[in-house]
Design a protein around this ligand. Structure first.
Ligand code: SF4
Length: 262
């Protein structure tokens, strides 16, 4: 008997049942930093962050999780003010502003409008869905997590989601990377080549905001300058569960604010 058969018998079924059932690994995943509920004086907190994710307005400390690269500096230096988000599926948002914690007052109305726009398109994508991935200047970390989705643990195909090489066959565009200027043309061409309705997911802090490369001449500080993004997934990189969560939101299998297995 081959070693692979023996290994299979030993390990049993490794495929996650998420989202039909909770998965402890998804719950234990460490997400971007977030401020603790607190009051008091906050002296020079903004200097802690290399990407400018931290702001302090009228005594309220906010973290823009779309800019957080999870360097850990704020949590290490000010543990009474910052901590980590818990759970792999938290930082997926329908608007860029939704990634700012605590929420800005105007976020609710913008999210409601974005949800309505997305629902209109996802109604047509409920069965087999094909995904085109474009690397627009990634460091490769998001690609590892996307690759993991195709393995036996996550088994993307069990949910009727498939990766395709052709934009003509794609319903969902998965974009990684900080949005290098050299990739702007190919990215836009891919988007234009996809049939309607289509959904765009920005995967990872780099794609959302440019990350450490935000403001660089070499990038457009994220991919929103090139394609209209429907779902933003923060994280550096986000976990496979986080990407899966966004894909399932894109196809209407899950709703953004709660789990709703079809
Ligand atoms: S973990 Fe690093 S990147 Fe994230 S908010 Fe804190 S200092 Fe900024």
């Amino acid at each position: 008997m081959s070693i692979w058969v023996l290994r299979g018998l030993r390990d049993g079924v490794v495929t996650t049942r998420w989202p039909a059932r909770p998965d402890p690994y998804a719950e234990a995943w460490r997400g971007p930093a977030r401020p603790l509920e607190q009051a008091g004086r906050h002296i020079d907190l903004t200097r802690l962050c290399p990407t400018g994710a931290i702001t302090v307005t009228d005594g309220t400390v906010r973290v823009d999780q779309g800019r957080c690269i999870l360097c850990g500096r704020c949590v290490a230096e000010r543990p009474g003010v910052f901590t980590w988000s818990e759970g792999a599926t938290g930082p997926a948002a329908l608007t860029r502003e939704q990634l700012i914690i605590p929420e800005l007052p105007e976020t609710d109305a913008a999210v409601a409008a974005a949800r309505a726009r997305l629902a209109e398109r996802t109604r047509a994508l409920r069965r087999s869905v094909h995904v085109r991935h474009v690397d627009a200047g990634s460091d490769g970390s998001e690609e590892w997590e996307i690759q993991a989705l195709l393995g036996p643990v996550y088994d993307l195909h069990r949910l009727g989601v498939f990766i395709t090489a052709s934009p003509r066959h794609a319903d969902v565009l998965l974009v990684t990377g900080a949005g290098t200027r050299g990739m702007s043309g190919p990215l836009r061409t891919t988007y234009d080549g996809m049939p309607d309705p289509k959904v765009v997911i920005a995967v990872g802090t780099d794609a959302v905001s440019g990350g450490l490369l935000a403001g660089s001449e070499a990038t457009t500080s994220g991919v929103t300058a090139t394609v209209p993004v429907d779902i933003f997934v923060a994280g550096s990189p986000p976990s496979p569960f986080g990407i899966l969560n966004a894909l399932l939101i894109a196809v209407g299998y899950l709703v953004p604010d709660g789990k709703r297995p079809r």
